[in-house]
Design a protein around this ligand. Structure first.
Ligand code: FAD
Ligand code: SIN
Length: 556
């Protein structure tokens, strides 16, 4: 239990109330508190690579809400960027990232990631990741939209799954790492939980760990930590169609926002131009951009090419340009998809480069060596998130954010393809270095009380949660999607506000469960995206509004 004097916890007013005494005593006895040097929330590339580095110096506990490999990392297809061979150079990778970022990148962050990438790739290889090689033993490099060189290391079209496999194997073997699967982090612990009034500007605001819901016992446990690392991934499920698996509900961002950490660039949601059009399926299956890098061409339903009207790089233009072009052509024609055509390439080569996509399409009756692939844009990646500095420190002491939930400034207004896996491992490394240099300065804050859910009931209104989650997706997709306007954003804001009020009211009355916590988080994240979109009075990068149609930044 929390080590606060029991008397103070059961008689907070100082006067005996014996009914309250027994109820609270039972709660305290049943309550479980854990202590760990490093608490990591999330088991994707960011969380696992941090854990492997920190575990050399202290005990690491990873909590993850599903099985370990349920994460965006496991779905990554195209690959991971790193300057590997001439004629590529750091300068070219930096320039491509800055151009794609639409004038909003933090140049120091770009330089850090690009220059640290080769060393972090070596770490991934040392942990067991296998990247594809050509017959002469050199790494085979892909190219995707916005890249002027081939610089994407990959493992077939299953790069993320290979990285995740290697990291999980290393983590499982490490004696200093405890993994708690099916553990859902609900909220971060700060001075707020000690009864202090805190704001985003409170000096000395610090994180002491998290309240975590054990999804098997349904108990809420306290995990006290010297450092907490939020590596909880993206928020694709805030939209009704996404490439992200169902775990990507923006929990880390919402948790940090509630704890009063700063978030930024939330309006820059990246829509991937080419997910497979197969309406019955969730998440949307991705058709990697590497296929366009390999020569695949976008076509209208009548077979015509159209990207030459939009950008000199045609089908390989930056992602936001391609997604908007497809959206425009679909809206103009009232069609639900366009086609991606790779049929002019050698069938054996297609099968060997894209075995996963080939099999998937075949399973729904499309032989991509002979037939066009129907594709549609959908929500894919969050460029913004929890604001961090070059050491991955958030605005709250003892709290780091790494990976997709963080905003390092690398991506600016639009992410260059395949720059996110490398960002995750570079910043996990930075967080590990920074925390290891400070770990001896802190102790556990044992004054944190146990989670208090006295008086709450189990939720008999599941239908409300499912319906509200669907509504969040519809609001965000229709009003805060690829094309926005002041009116649409205002409408989203009003609708989300109502959902927020109703959900917070329900949350106070019912026992915390995964579904209500996720709903709260999605509403929170939807609100942040909408608010920051309203504040941006221009079209830039991924944020396009018809009220400011002239782009503040021109890629050409
Ligand atoms: P994730 O890998 O998503 O991990 C987040 C973890 O947090 C998960 O384990 C989740 O269960 C856990 N979690 C979340 N909330 C909680 C909670 N409340 N409590 C406990 N645990 C929680 N990027 C590239 O660079 N190259 C690519 O080729 C590429 N392809 C992609 C293809 C697809 C289909 C998708 C979806 C993404 C792709 N990306 C790609 C993006 C990239 O995969 C992600 O940005 C990156 O993997 C994020 O890693 P992460 O560790 O930050 O998050
Ligand atoms: C893809 O393979 O197209 C996805 C790459 C990315 O999102 O970085």
């Amino acid at each position: 239990t929390a080590d606060r004097p029991v008397f103070a916890q059961v008689f907070p007013g100082g006067r005996p109330d014996y009914r309250a005494f027994f109820i609270t005593l039972r709660r305290i006895i049943a309550h479980k508190t854990m202590k760990t040097d490093f608490l990591v929330i999330g088991s994707g590339a960011a969380g696992l690579s941090f854990a492997l580095k920190a575990a050399a110096h202290g005990h690491v506990t990873i909590v993850t809400k599903g099985e370990m490999n349920e994460c965006n990392t496991n779905y990554a297809q195209g690959g991971i960027c790193s300057v590997t061979y001439a004629p590529d150079t750091f300068e070219k990778h930096i320039r491509d990232t800055l151009v794609c970022g639409a004038g909003k990148c933090d140049e120091a962050a770009v330089e850090l990631v690009v220059k640290r990438a080769p060393e972090l790739i070596r770490d991934l290889i040392a942990w067991g990741t296998k990247f594809d090689k050509t017959p002469d033993g050199r790494f085979e490099l892909n190219r995707e939209g916005g890249h002027t060189e081939h610089r994407i290391l990959h493992h077939e079209d299953l790069t993320g799954a290979e990285i995740e496999r290697a990291l999980i194997t290393s983590v499982r073997k490490h004696p200093n790492i405890t993994v708690l699967e099916h553990h859902f982090a609900i909220d971060l612990l700060t001075q707020h939980h000690l009864g202090e009034f805190v704001t985003r500007h409170t000096r000395g605001l610090a994180c002491f760990g998290a309240y975590v819901l054990n999804l098997e016992s349904n108990e809420i446990e306290t995990v006290l930590a010297k450092f907490t690392v939020v590596a909880a991934g993206g928020c694709g499920n805030v939209y009704s169609s996404t490439t992200n698996p169902s775990v990507a509900t923006g929990d880390g961002i919402a948790m940090c926002h509630r704890a009063k950490a700063i978030t930024e660039n939330m309006e820059f949601i990246q829509f991937h131009p080419t997910s497979l059009y197969h309406p019955a399926e969730k998440p949307n299956f991705l058709i990697t951009e590497a296929m366009r890098g390999y020569g695949a061409i976008l076509r209208l339903q009548n077979g015509e090419e159209f990207m030459d009207k939009y950008h000199p790089m045609k089908s390989l233009a930056p992602r936001d340009v391609v997604a908007r072009a497809i959206y425009r052509e679909m809206t103009k024609r009232g069609s639900d998809f366009v086609y991606l055509d790779v049929t002019h390439k050698d069938p054996d080569a297609i099968r060997s480069h894209f075995p996963n996509i080939y099999e998937k399409c075949l399973s729904i009756g499309i032989d991509i060596t002979r037939q066009y692939i129907p594709v549609v844009p959908c929500a894919h990646y969050l460029c913004g998130g929890i604001k961090v500095d070059l050491d991955a420190c958030t605005s709250i002491r003892r709290l780091y954010a790494v990976g997709e939930c963080s905003c390092t400034g690398l991506h600016g207004g639009n992410r260059l393809a395949s720059n996110s896996l490398i960002e995750a491992v570079v910043y996990a490394d930075a967080a590990a270095r920074h925390s290891l240099a400070h770990v001896d300065e802190y102790d556990f804050n044992t004054a944190v009380p146990a989670w208090n859910d006295e008086g709450t009931l189990s939720n008999e209104e599941k239908v409300l949660i499912a319906q509200d989650a669907k509504e969040v997706g519809q609001i965000m997709s229709n009003y805060v999607g690829i094309v926005r306007s002041d009116l649409r954003l205002k409408r989203a804001w009003t609708r989300l506000d109502l959902l927020y009020e109703e959900t917070e009211e329900l949350f106070k009355r019912v026992k915390a469960t995964r579904d209500i916590c996720e709903l709260r988080n999605m509403i929170n994240v939807g609100y942040l995206i909408t608010r920051q979109a309203i504040e941006r009075k221009e079209s830039r990068g991924l944020h396009y509004t018809i009220d400011y149609p002239k782009h503040a930044y021109n890629y050409k």
